[in-house]
Design a protein around this ligand. Structure first.
Ligand code: AQP
Length: 339
């Protein structure tokens, strides 16, 4: 079992990142340790330059994200925690895979279409080719399990296509260069939506801070955001069918169920018939109960920048070792000689 996933260090990590991805990193870290496998989680700082960013803030945000991940339960003694920029093999393998990835495949990526909008010509080449770097990120370590939110499923399918085509074109069936990675998407909370618009995903890059619960929010901020969250005037139904066409209500129920580690049906069985005036304070309380201790640990950890840098340095050195054999095989398979 080789678990590999990454998170961008830009913007503030939010509830969607936690429920859709980070919580599963922690689960899989423990499963991998129990099976003598490996877990590698990286800060995707190379991905961060695909969009406009502030160079002077990037390292500080990377360290804050390390503090967040450790506060959420990632243990640097069990997980190889590192940033891409310290492991050049990621960028090297991306280039080696560029000859295999097809323009048509990348053109179909919905994240590219969403992020580029109508101004495709004005976007960076990095934004377009970013899914190839993502493929390199996981193929480099022969990942078997890739914990991600629903929004990344398409990119992971692309990584599988790239691995398959590369193996077909440049390796034999008996000795493939790459393993096909499997997405590991949570059944519940795979896609947490904005608190202001139930048709858009909760996202770091959304300008309104009221649209998301940040893992660094105080209890009061969380309560305010839930209070102001968009809803409708109807009471909660007692069954899921009653949430059809009520995206915002469905989102709040999904969030509560995921935090309480129960099902949306069970939440509706308990709160059906009640209005949001009653349900919202209960949800805010649950948020504070689950995220409060994470925030407390984060505030402590983020002050010790030396310790955070040391975690990244150690992780990067382990990642460089772990990635070397696959990178060498990819160079060899392509006929590129390095003496
Ligand atoms: N709303 C979400 N619900 C469930 N999972 C989510 N993820 C992101 N948003 C949601 C998952 O979090 C992991 C890390 O994401 P990322 O920061 O690397 O990339 P992202 O998908 O670009 O995150 P954001 O917050 O949406 O950032 P921007 O605004 O920059 O696009 C991934 O596994 C992702 O699936």
């Amino acid at each position: 079992m080789i678990v590999v996933s990454g998170i961008q260090p830009t913007g503030k990590p939010h509830l969607g990142n936690y429920l859709g991805a980070i919580r599963n990193y922690v689960k899989l870290q423990d499963e991998a340790a129990a099976q003598d496998g490996k877990c590698l989680i990286f800060l995707a700082d190379l991905h961060a330059i695909s969009m406009p960013h502030e160079p002077q803030d990037l390292h500080a945000s990377t360290l804050e994200m390390v503090a967040t991940l450790v506060a959420c339960g990632l243990d640097p003694a069990k997980t190889v925690l590192f940033n891409q920029a310290q492991v050049p093999a990621h960028a090297e393998l991306q280039w080696l895979l560029m000859g295999t990835a097809r323009m048509g495949w990348l053109n179909r990526m919905t994240q590219w279409k969403d992020k580029a909008g109508k101004n495709r010509e004005g976007q960076s080449v990095a934004l377009f080719s970013y899914p190839v770097l993502q493929a390199a990120d996981v193929l480099l370590y022969q990942a078997t399990h890739v914990p991600v939110g629903e929004d990344q499923k398409q990119h992971l399918e692309l990584a599988r296509d790239i691995a398959q085509k590369f193996n077909n074109d440049f390796a034999s069936e008996e000795a493939p260069v790459f393993t096909q990675p499997e997405p590991y998407i949570p059944k519940a909370a795979a896609r947490i939506m904005s608190l202001r618009d139930g048709s858009r995903k909760m996202s770091k890059s959304e300008p309104s801070d009221m649209s998301r619960i940040n893992l660094s929010d105080t209890a009061d901020e969380m309560a305010q955001k839930v209070k102001k969250a968009k809803t409708d005037p109807e009471p909660l139904p007692s069954e899921m069918a009653g949430l059809e066409g009520r995206a915002e209500a469905l989102n709040l129920i999904t969030i509560f169920a995921a935090l309480a580690e129960t099902t949306p049906d069970a939440v509706l069985a308990e709160y059906g018939g009640q209005g949001f005036g009653h349900f919202k304070p209960v949800l805010a309380e649950k948020l504070v109960e689950v995220l409060g201790p994470i925030r407390t640990r984060f505030v402590e950890l983020k002050e010790d920048r030396e310790a955070l840098d040391a975690i990244l340095a150690r992780g990067a050195s382990q990642a460089r070792e772990l990635g070397r054999p696959t990178l060498d095989s990819a160079y060899r398979a392509l006929g590129l000689v390095r003496n």
